[in-house]
Design a protein around this ligand. Structure first.
Ligand code: ZN
Length: 55
């Protein structure tokens, strides 16, 4: 999960959602503050964790 610094504040985005924001990321010059591998983090867009936990 990457923490993005955006004009509206920091937000976590998973790799799956990142392409959906590619245009915004470029236009608004989002940047990655840091990347964290933590299963308890949730993507602010899809609300899923970074790593799929098998049933
Ligand atoms: Zn996501």
């Amino acid at each position: 999960m990457k923490l993005w610094v955006t004009p509206e504040g920091d937000r976590w985005l998973c790799d799956e959602c990142q392409p959906e924001f590619a245009e915004q990321i470029e236009k608004e010059e989002w940047r990655v503050a840091f990347e964290e591998l933590d299963q308890t983090l949730r993507c602010s867009h899809c609300n899923h964790p970074d790593v799929d936990i098998p049933d």
